[in-house]
Write a new protein. Structure first.
Length: 162
């Protein structure tokens, strides 16, 4: 992440909490969480020192759309990375909250949310599959009309370089 982008990201989203407060601007337009009309999957980690999970859980109070909140074991890095293959050492809780549902406070979430063993990433993949349209091949690159043909199929041979 470039320096300026990283600095703005940390200052505006973490330090000042501009997104939650309705002060975040993207493309010269203010962004309001209540304007989001598509389902959200939000992830928190039990021992996150940067974004404590009870703070991120507030997304359920700040939106008017369906939120699936997923709470992974671990901290800021390990909980998010949550690589596959550590079934005995990883688990997560997950619960969907719709706009018509009564708010469930964090303590009740811990009691009522389904607990599952393993990495949370397969749960996320299933959520994405359910909420995504039909996958298609990426468009051809290049600009043949300008005499600039594509060098090859996406994603490109550079991904194979070491």
């Amino acid at each position: 992440m470039p320096y300026q982008m990283h600095s703005d990201y940390l200052r505006k989203l973490f330090l000042n909490n501009d997104l939650a407060e309705g002060r975040f601007v993207a493309g010269d337009e203010p962004v309001s969480l209540t304007d989001i009309r598509v389902p959200i999957l939000a992830v928190g980690t039990e021992r996150d020192h940067v974004a404590p999970w009870r703070s991120t859980y507030k997304i359920n109070l700040q939106t008017e759309t369906e939120v699936t909140y997923l709470l992974a074991t671990g901290g800021h890095n390990v909980g998010i990375v949550s690589e596959l293959g550590y079934a005995g050492r990883r688990s997560f809780r997950v619960r969907k909250h719709g706009p018509e549902d009564h708010y469930l406070d964090p303590d009740r979430f811990l009691i009522e949310a389904s607990q599952k063993e393993g990495s949370w990433r397969p749960e996320w993949a299933g959520w994405l599959e359910k909420h995504s349209g039909t996958l298609s091949a990426p468009p051809r690159m290049g600009a043949p009309e300008a005499g600039l043909p594509a060098l090859g199929e996406a994603p490109g041979t550079y991904v194979l370089q070491q």
